[in-house]
Design a protein around this ligand. Sequence first.
Ligand code: NDP
Length: 318
Amino acid sequence: MPSKDDFRMDEVELPEINTGEILLKGMYYSVDPYMRGRMNDAKSYVAPFEINKPINGSVIGKVVESKSGQFKPGDVVIGHFPWQKKFIAGEKEARKIDTTLAPASYYLGVLGMTGLTAYFGLMHIGKPKAGETVVVSGAAGAVGIVVGQIAKILGCHVVGIAGSEKKIKLLTSEFGFNEALNYKTTPDMKKAIAEACPNGVDVYFDNVGGEISDAVIENIAFHARIPLCGQISLYNSTETPMGPRLQPMLLTRSVLMQGFIIGDFKDRFSEGIQQLAQWVKEGKLKTTETIRQGFENLPEALLGLFKGENTGKMIVEA
Ligand code: NDP
C-alpha cells in the first residue's frame, strides 16, 4: 500500500504558451485504481509514471489563455493531463465538453471512462438477458454502481458486493439492487451468494478479484459470462497471489471469462456515451460521486480508493 510520503509537491515556473497551445486551470482530477499499476516499473497497457515527473490522468480544466483557434478562455475541456494546478496543453490533446448537458464532473464518471467501462463490459461481454442473475463486485464504486443499474434496466436480478453497511443500504434503497452483501462482515461468502442467487450466477462482473471472486465463481451457472474488469484486491500484492484453480469450474459449466481494457472499445465510445446520457436524462441511471476538495489532497484521494473511502466516482476538485 503506497503512502502519502511516496508523493511530492513541487512549485515550477510555466513557460509562455506557443501557437497551437492553451493554458489550463485544473478543475476536476480523476483518481483511478489503475494508477496503482502505473506505480510499478512493469510493462502494461499503459506506461508507468516517471519518477520526478508529475502524475497524469484524466483531468477537466478551464481554458485561461489560448493561442489556438479551436479554444477560447472559459471553455471547459477534458484530456489526459498532468496533476498540476495550471498546465499547458496542445490543442489536439484537449476535447471540449458540454457542461449544459451534464455537470463537468460526470465526464470523469458516468459519462466518461468508468461509465463506458460498465457499459461495454456488461453489454458486450456479459450480455445479460432479462430474468438472469447478475453479480457485481466493487458494486458501490464508479464502475460497479453503473453495472448494477444497467443490469436492472435490462430486467435482471442484481446482487452487489461491497465493503460497508452504508454502501449495502445505498445499493438496495437508492440504486435498485435486489440484494447486496458486505464482504467484510459476511462470514461465508460462498453460502451467502448461493442464497442470494438461487439459480446460480449468469453474469459475474468482476471488479475486485481475490477471495470475493473465488466465492462468486463457485456459484457460477452453466453458460455464464464473466467480464474481467478489475482486480483491485490484488493491486498492492507483492507476491503472486494463490487461489483455487478456477479452470475446472469454468470448463465443466461452459463459462466464458474475458478480460478487457476499455480502450478495446474506443471506436464505439460515442454509442456508449449516447446511451448512458439517455438513461441519465430519463432518470433510469442515477449517479453518485465522492468529491474531495483541494488539489493538495490528490494523493490521499487516490490512496482512499484502496480503503473503500468512495461511493461512486472518486474525484478531486481543485
Ligand atoms: P471504485 O470506484 O470501485 O473504487 C475502488 C473500490 O474498490 C473501493 O471503494 C472499495 O470499495 C473497493 N476495494 C478496495 N480495495 C478492495 C479489496 N481489497 N477488496 C475488495 N474491494 C476493494 O473504482 P472504479 O470503479 O474506478 O474501478 C473498479 C475496478 O474496475 C478496479 O479494479 C479498476 O481497476 C477496474 N477498471 C477497469 C477498467 C478496464 O478498462 N478494464 C477501467 C476502469 C476501472 P469497498 O468499500 O466495496 O471495498
